[in-house]
Design a binder for this molecule. Structure first.
Ligand SMILES: NC(=O)c1ccc[n+]([C@@H]2O[C@H](COP(=O)([O-])OP(=O)(O)OC[C@H]3O[C@@H](n4cnc5c(N)ncnc54)[C@H](O)[C@@H]3O)[C@@H](O)[C@H]2O)c1
Length: 243
């Protein structure tokens, strides 16, 4: 695995689940990492849990990807704290309040806006700030987390699936715009054992969003974080617009 010494990364939605493990993996490999999330408690827990050599390489900030000025302030602060920015990972996402239980005709306007705001406009805000020419270092990376539902329908999860399809289209388009200066990729995992997934399991009877995955078990957060670390590293130098 490529060394991450002297690299600087910003992670949105990094206080829990796959984003949290990605932050830990990057710090363990010597990177400097800034984490933004709406959960102040989980951010605090992350920071206090780090060994001293890593906590001095990490800062956390409360903020929402839905707020473009907060996204810009966080990324700008990351650059001024650490001197540069080599990559951004966006894990901030929501399943909605009724995933798996509500057909499209039962879904409210409020629910539609809630899901699309975080999962689509949030990514738009992250990309529109990060990908301005000169904002990231040359040869930088942006990684977004879509879902297997970026490519297929989700029974009783139409808006979630739509948001993940939309995000994939945005990633693929951005990759064509940035070319070699910033690689932009999207990960599309199946069910991964995270707090979000556990909450879905607890809420929905017989929740089985992926009955026929090739590996018949839930993935672990670290199994996705390893892919993210690869995509954020110099080893992915010819990978962009991939999903
Ligand atoms: N767990 C799965 O099975 C699975 C599968 C495929 C894709 N995903 C996607 O992966 C991403 C991460 O999910 P996870 O399972 O690690 O969930 P998680 O709930 O453990 O982590 C998501 C994090 O995003 C943060 N967040 C939510 N809204 C935010 C906002 N507006 N601004 C900033 N941060 C915000 C949350 O506070 C949380 O810390 C989500 O986009 C999810 O849709 C999850």
């Amino acid at each position: 695995m490529a060394s991450m010494q002297n690299k600087v990364f910003a992670i949105f939605g990094g206080a829990s689940g796959m984003g949290l493990v990605t932050a830990r993996f990057l710090l363990a490999r010597g990177a400097r990492v800034a984490v933004c999330d709406i959960s102040a408690d989980n951010l605090k827990q992350l920071h206090t849990s780090l060994p001293t050599d890593q906590s001095s390489h990490c800062f956390v900030q409360t903020g929402s990807v839905t707020d473009e000025s907060a996204v810009e302030a966080f990324l700008t602060k990351t650059k001024s704290n650490f001197g540069k920015l080599n990559g951004v990972a966006n894990y901030a996402g929501v399943p909605g309040h009724e995933l798996g239980t509500e057909a499209i005709w039962q879904t409210s306007q409020e629910e539609y806006h809630f899901i699309m705001d975080v999962n689509v406009r949030g990514l738009f805000n992250v990309l529109t700030v990060s990908l301005r020419p000169g904002f990231l270092e040359d040869d930088s990376n942006v990684v977004h987390i879509g879902s297997m539902f970026s490519l297929q329908g989700f029974r009783n999860g139409a808006v979630y699936a739509a948001s993940k399809h939309a995000a994939l289209g945005m990633v693929r388009s951005a990759a064509k715009e940035t070319g070699a200066r910033t690689r932009v990729n999207c990960m599309l995992p199946g069910s991964i054992d995270t707090p979000m997934h556990q909450a879905n399991l607890a809420r929905i009877k017989d929740f089985d969003p992926a009955p026929k995955t090739a590996i018949p078990r839930d993935g672990r957060a670290g199994e996705v974080a390893s892919v993210a670390v690869f995509l954020l590293s110099d080893e992915s130098s010819y990978v962009t617009g991939a999903a």
